[in-house]
Design a binder for this molecule. Structure first.
Ligand SMILES: [Zn+2]
Length: 202
């Protein structure tokens, strides 16, 4: 027996509803410049527990904080010290690489010698940019631009969301590093990511 017209329409409507999900998963066309995988993996709800809403939106959903916001004001006042990933505690920058770019987001001319930042090609929004993420946990940090004419040793500008960073003044205690996930958890996370957007928001 052929399916009735009504049943067919209902099916199409249901499919249509899923397609019109107002909160689609991030669909950046990114490709990694190196193949290392993040070693700190947590479910979205685990990250939500650890982070503030704004930290989660920026680091886990590749959001952008508004320029000249509170995090930037704080950044501007900070002296010597080290900047760590707010998600996993990896060292990312030090105040040595900090410079004033006037763009309204924390700017650094290079990452710290710990080299915990990975650069990815980001072609989202019709733009060609280089996204920067934390190597250990895949947190979105911001972007890096080059050749803008800043008089720095690299002429690169790591344009970073202040909320993605945890600042520790010189001599202070580094934040605890989030533990590396077991291989089983890392694999499970890869499977969950494939079903991106399925998780119900609470
Ligand atoms: Zn991290």
């Amino acid at each position: 027996m052929k399916p009735s017209f009504t049943a067919l329409v209902s099916t199409l409507l249901i499919v249509g509803c899923f397609a019109a999900d107002p909160t689609p998963p991030k669909t950046k066309t990114t490709s990694s410049m190196d193949s290392e995988k993040p070693v700190v993996v947590k479910s979205e709800s685990e990250w939500k527990k650890k982070l503030t809403e704004e930290q989660y939106r920026v680091t886990r959903e590749a959001g952008t904080e508004r320029p000249f916001g509170l995090a930037y004001e704080e950044f501007d006042k900070q002296g010597e010290g080290t900047y760590y990933c707010v998600c996993c505690g990896a060292e990312l920058f030090t105040s040595t690489q900090k410079f004033h770019s006037g763009c309204g987001w924390p700017s650094f001319y290079d990452q710290s010698s710990a080299k915990n930042i990975r650069e990815l090609v980001d072609n989202s929004g019709g733009m060609h940019r280089i996204e920067t993420v934390c190597k250990r946990c895949d947190a979105h940090l911001g972007h890096v631009f080059e050749g803008e004419g800043y008089k720095t040793p690299t002429d690169r500008r790591f344009c970073i969301n202040g909320v993605a960073l945890k600042f520790v003044p010189k001599g202070g205690k580094a934040p605890e590093l989030e533990a590396i996930a077991s291989e089983a958890v890392q694999k499970k996370k890869a499977d969950v990511a494939k079903e991106g957007g399925v998780e119900v928001r609470k």
